[in-house]
Unconditional design. Sequence first.
Length: 607
Amino acid sequence: MKRNSIVFKLFIVTTLFFSIFVGLIVISQTLFFDTFYMKKKEKEITNEVELYRDKYLDDPNLLDQISNEYYEKNNAFISVLNVDQHSEPSSADQDSVDYVIVEVPDPPVIFENGLQISMLSEDGEVFTVSLTEFFLNGAFDTTNLESIGMSKGNYIEVIGIREEGKLTPVYIKSSNKELRSYQVDDNGKYEFFRGTIIKMDINIGEETKLKWDLYMRAFQKFRENNSSLIFSTDETILMSYYDSNTGTDNLTLVQPIFESNNAKKYIFTMESLQPVNEAVDVMKDYYIYAAFIFLILIFMMSMYYSRIISKPLIKINSVATKMSNLNFTEELEIKADDEIGNLSKSINKLSSKLHETISNLQKANKKLQEDIERERKLEKMRKEFVSGISHELKTPLSIIQSYAEGIKDGVSVDKSDYYTDVIIQESNKMNELISDMLELSRLESGFYHLNIEKFSMSDLVNEVQSKLKFNIDEKNLKIMNNIESDCVVYADRKKMEQVISNFYSNAIRYTPKDMEIHVQVKKVKGQTYFSIENQGVSLPDSEIHKIWERFYRIEGSRNKETGGTGLGLSIVKNILELHHAQFGVQNTEKGICFYFNLNREEFTSFT
């Protein structure tokens, strides 16, 4: 990399820019993150306490409920405490009043409901016995209850105050442990009970107790530092507290509650800042490693970025070389809004125009070749068609002309009726040929619409066979039927009658007298199978595929004594193709067999 090259200059500028940018981020987060987070934390706690205060003022009877909700949401204890007025407002400051702290926080309801047992006394009474006081005094740990004889089924002795099925104990004795309370009311009405533990409701862990102890130490510190409180407004008071026992930083919050311009109560809570301090310490260590990684990434990114400028030029040269070889498949993907970007767009536009022009020329050339080939095929078909139709019409026209001239010249006057019949017969044949030609033309047009309906192929075959009974009997032919009943198909009934009639007519026409024709109709895998086999003539394998062509007859001489118009099987082929039927013809040991398959399920009409 040359020093005076643009790549080197970009590399230096990019490296410096990103290095300064990352350095500023690291320094700002190191110096200001803890302060920012502390301010954010103070704001969140203040909002939560104000919300707590509003709920309490709305209904003081819900104190236990909203305290539990606060604990579950913020994982912190909160208390509402009473204060006494210490002095009247001074003349200098009418809004300032001194208040004296007169009580300490009571254990929250979670301790009362989560540290109790049910006892069945010897007198048959059931009491709920609270263990909160003993737990908070450190008399036992919730993990070693069985070791002190506090488990279901154990016998205990209790001294305490009874109140509505509850016992507030000052003394409990189990099989191997005595628990005593430090708070004994001399005026209390204590009673003595013996009984068996029938239920254990212990849902408080040692971690919760430690958290409560920290909360109480924070309150005691607050009490020591504030023997009297001055609440001039209802603004929240925030104070930091460092607990030497756990070595953690905490934040205490005091929120006065004014009633009739006097603060008779206040809210006290504490939030641990230990997670914040740990996060800050971890981040400081993290930035040492991150800074090294960032420098490597900056070096790599700068190297990559500096080469971006040269890469488009190389790409442009590559695309231009391919264009010179008439390869327009590749485009420049440079989207920059500068000279290189404009050059790339111009090259892409030039490439697109050249590609489009050459492609259009190639398509036009291909289409021209296809049109020429199609014209050749059409011309060939026209020649074959004209040749075929000329041959087919030549004979009847010659006959008509000969017999018409005979009638005109008065030859054999007594045979004029016979001549007339011959002319009519040949005219009918010509009319039949023309009708078949028109029918075939419609079928091959691609716009013929089938009238699809459900009908029985078995009934249709029997119907066609009945119509041709005279022709069958005339040659004394034997029809060997193997027709299953109720072979239903979905098809155009009229066209399928035409197909079957053609197959029957051909079979009758080409089967010698006194021989057999085998007809089969059966169900095969969701389709109806039809076949007709006639004895007698068969086709060479090299000729069998030509049988579906126009004007093809089995006799090479095209003798009309046995042959029809020569279009019947071409019409059949087109009808079956419109039905998407499988069909074919094959030589057999005795003659030739035609067959097809039709769907037995409904389908959309083909056009």
